[in-house]
Design a protein around this ligand. Structure first.
Ligand SMILES: Cc1cc2nc3c(=O)[nH]c(=O)nc-3n(C[C@H](O)[C@H](O)[C@H](O)COP(=O)(O)O)c2cc1C
Length: 315
């Protein structure tokens, strides 16, 4: 089985990916959170930071693009190719209202004719292989057969299926019946994504889908960043990872406030790993001062214990 780190906007930026690879690893590919190409035909400073030259990385990264405009998609795909990336991923899943209102992300799934025209344009001129990350519908899973019929017309390198519809956002049950339909009827190799949080769940998934070659993990891997490594997540390595992330974010953002804000997004998931973390977690969420933040995190790392057998629950 190959393991992919899902794109998570606000969490898995280039600093995070590099440090995750250094401290934990076990990931075959990291996907960038979505990049939105525009008509300006130049990478923004943020996009340049997100896309270091691929040959400087030492691990595999796939840039993800969010757009419904074929020219914009193709321009950014070429820019990624020029930076040494070997594949780009199309976001057909983002549920955010501001994105779908413009027909992007899972908004692409609302009109299968428009989706077909868009895919036709990008695949006719693709400078490199394109994979797709999709939901199973906009309103209902009944849309999926038509959506998959469109995907099946194109040489999609890999189809990652998150078996929820747009209104589910990231919660509620995943539709495994619909996922099975995708696995059995997709022309492209299928990768599963959604709510896998423990090694036990990964094993159950591999047993249920022995033909499946890849799974993509998001929040479960953020919560337990050593999930895919033999040693698991130890408190010592998590602390080192935390300290490096904080230091690099302070440098990159030029402000400890913004760095702490970013770190708290991680803590939302990490706290699930620690036994009895409720009180310290509450103090941490309220902390606004860097020294106070550091004192609380020290206490978490030194007074609490990680229970990596638990199923992280951040809901
Ligand atoms: C905070 C957050 C940010 C996300 N950002 C992206 C994104 O940029 N691109 C994308 O395709 N999916 C994004 N997703 C969806 C995840 O990649 C993934 O499909 C979803 O979390 C389900 O997988 P999981 O249960 O393993 O986390 C995001 C999800 C969350 C919770």
């Amino acid at each position: 089985m190959r393991y992919y780190f899902a794109p998570l906007e606000g969490l898995t930026d280039s600093i995070y990916r590099r440090l995750h690879h250094t401290y934990f690893g076990g990931v075959d590919r990291y996907y960038t959170p979505f990049l939105s190409p525009t008509v300006h035909r130049a990478l923004t400073a943020r996009e340049q930071r997100e896309l270091p030259r691929a040959d400087t990385l030492g691990f595999c990264v796939v840039p993800q693009l969010l757009t419904k405009n074929a020219d914009d998609f193709l321009w950014m795909a070429s820019a990624c190719r020029d930076l040494g990336y070997e594949e780009v991923n199309l976001n057909a899943g983002c549920p955010s209202g501001t994105v779908t209102a413009k027909g992007k992300g899972s908004g692409l799934l609302r009109d299968t004719d428009a989706l077909d025209r868009f895919l036709d344009s990008i695949f006719s001129n693709a400078p490199m292989p394109i994979s797709v990350k999709t939901r199973i519908g906009y309103d209902t899973a009944e849309e999926f057969a038509d959506i998959l019929a469109v995907y099946n017309r194109y040489p999609i390198k890999e189809l990652t299926v998150h078996p929820r519809v747009r209104k589910d956002f990231y919660n509620g049950p995943v539709d495994m019946e619909c996922f099975r339909y995708a696995a059995e009827n997709s022309n492209a190799p299928v990768c599963y994504n959604g709510s896998l949080r423990t090694r036990g769940q990964l094993e159950e998934f591999s047993t249920a889908y022995p033909q499946m070659d890849a799974v993509m993990l998001g929040r479960g891997l953020v919560a337990n960043p050593g999930l895919l490594t033999a040693g698991g997540t130890t408190v010592q390595v998590l602390e080192q990872f935390h300290d490096s992330l904080l230091e690099e974010y302070i440098r990159a953002f030029g402000s400890s406030r913004n760095a702490m804000f970013r770190m708290k997004e991680n803590w939302r998931y990490w706290l699930c790993l620690f036994a009895d973390s409720h009180k310290l977690g509450k103090r941490l969420r309220k902390a606004t001062d860097e020294a106070e933040y550091k004192a609380i995190t020290r206490e978490i790392f030194h007074a609490l214990t990680i229970n990596s057998d638990i199923t992280p629950d951040w809901d």
